[in-house]
Design a protein around this ligand. Structure first.
Ligand SMILES: Nc1ncnc2c1ncn2[C@@H]1O[C@H](COP(=O)(O)OP(=O)(O)OP(=O)(O)O)[C@@H](O)[C@H]1O
Ligand SMILES: [Mg+2]
Length: 165
């Protein structure tokens, strides 16, 4: 894992290679450990990159035992978690960026956490993400996660990750 930080802007970057789905689940568990109410987490990457898989891993690690359907058609699925309501959002089918206002995500962020797939379709209105996660496909089961955000939450996340084997 490499990390870099910019003391001038206070932003940081983590690059985490994910060899397989188990590694994605481990990253999800680390993210779950650092979530606090008010956090906005964005998940970018192409179709099939693993955004929903990572969201599922986060919810499992928060103790959610039931299904985690992709919010592709409902746009939002909300879960009760120890860090408040967690809104799992997929904006891929959002018709116009302004339609995001109808999803009630500002209220969700007041009390809990928003995890947003396809934020580029209209999440700008919600402000800067706490964790801006990008997944790229690097092999059959291999993915690369790049996570950007303010230094403190990034440092907390880096500390929650297991040491590379
Ligand atoms: N390391 C990995 N991490 C996550 N998913 C992986 C990994 N390796 C293989 N996969 C597979 O890649 C697919 C990821 O699908 P997923 O629905 O999570 O993608 P997505 O990014 O949410 O796509 P969409 O943009 O359609 O919502 C799944 O079939 C999963 O089994
Ligand atoms: Mg998805």
């Amino acid at each position: 894992m490499m990390s870099a930080s910019d003391s001038r802007t206070g932003s940081a970057l983590l690059r985490i290679p994910l060899a397989d789905e188990a590694a994605t689940a481990t990253l999800g568990a680390a993210i779950a450990q650092v979530l606090t109410p008010g956090m906005l987490v964005t998940l970018r990457g192409p179709l099939g990159a693993g955004k929903t898989s990572l969201a599922r891993a986060i919810l499992r690690a928060l103790g959610h035992a039931g299904e985690v359907p992709s919010p592709t058609f409902t746009l939002v699925q909300t879960y009760d978690t120890p860090v408040g309501p967690l809104a799992h959002v997929d904006l891929f089918r959002l018709k116009a960026p302004d339609d995001i206002e109808e999803l009630g995500l500002e209220d969700a962020l007041d009390q809990g956490v928003c995890l947003i797939e396809w934020p580029e379709r209209g999440a700008d209105a919600l402000g800067e993400p706490t964790l801006a996660i990008s997944l790229s496909v690097t092999g059959d089961t291999a993915r690369q996660a790049t996570i950007a955000g303010p230094r403190d939450p990034l440092a907390a996340l880096a500390a929650a990750l297991p040491e590379p084997a």
